[in-house]
Design a protein around this ligand. Structure first.
Ligand SMILES: C[S@@+](CC[C@H](N)C(=O)[O-])C[C@H]1O[C@@H](n2cnc3c(N)ncnc32)[C@H](O)[C@@H]1O
Length: 235
């Protein structure tokens, strides 16, 4: 193999969408399945996310929902849509390639469009704008290039305030690699990225971090999890 071929074999270059769809199609449509055998993590996860959202001004105050329309990327069975997003948003659209996961969401009050495609295939609908786009524990299924392009599409449909500035926020909540490199996992065909890889991709997608926090309270054997709230750089 020539040196240039070796160089192109970054961990994300091994991601294969068919392999990850096959993996997820065999997983039970429940919280245990979504969280890889750690269902009890969900409560503390949702609590941390709720507090993070409030800090970026997207909480629910005095019963008023700050978010008109939200999008959840890689939603699975809608653990976050049902456990958090519908509390702060009037409508939540979801993107999830495995249709058996989203079956429970069809017709639920507040659930809008259900797009059964991968995030790399998802295209925003004409005229729809989002105050919040939530992405958690799914972006490892996208290559770095796909992730950059997806984030650009998200950025292009963020809502704009009366002052002409972007009001909408993109949240990324993902595991972080604690090695000095991104790690490919052949079991579900995904990568676990380092913090610096995420920051490089956000920068390349024209986004800046307006707030970031580590999620506390997870079992020590799990990867550290970081939340990033993002907005377009020029705003
Ligand atoms: C670990 S589960 C997390 C589900 C949900 N985000 C949560 O936190 O409960 C990962 C999800 O990513 C989905 N997924 C796999 N490949 C994807 C892709 N290319 N685009 C979007 N979602 C994908 C899987 O089907 C699965 O529902």
């Amino acid at each position: 193999m020539s040196p240039s071929e070796t160089k192109s074999e970054t961990p994300d270059s091994f991601i294969n969408a068919d392999d990850s769809r096959k993996y997820w199609s065999a997983i039970d449509p429940d919280v245990n399945g979504m969280l890889g055998g750690y269902p009890t993590v969900s409560r503390v996860d949702l609590r941390g996310s709720r507090s993070f959202l409030a800090k970026v001004g997207l909480g629910r105050t005095k019963g008023v929902k700050a978010v008109k329309r939200a999008l959840e990327g890689g939603a699975g069975i809608g653990r976050i849509t049902q456990g958090l997003l519908l509390d702060v948003a009037e409508t939540v659209d979801v993107v999830e390639p495995v249709a058996k996961f989203t079956a429970v969401l069809e017709g639920k009050p507040g659930v809008g469009r259900v797009h059964n495609v991968g995030l790399e295939e998802w295209q925003p609908e004409d005229g729809v704008q989002y105050d919040l786009v939530w992405n958690q524990w799914c972006l490892g299924h996208l290559t770095d290039q796909q992730l950059e392009e997806y984030l650009r599409r998200c950025s292009s449909v963020l809502s704009v305030g009366d002052d002409g500035k972007t009001k909408g926020v993109i949240v990324v909540k993902e595991n972080l690699s604690t090695s000095e490199e991104d790690l490919f996992d052949s079991e579900d065909s995904s990568v676990t990225r380092q913090d610096e890889t995420f920051r490089r991709i956000f920068e390349a997608a024209g986004l800046r971090i307006i707030k970031t926090e580590i999620q506390h309270g997870f079992p020590h054997e799990l990867y550290p999890v970081r939340m990033y709230a993002l907005k377009p750089k020029e705003n």
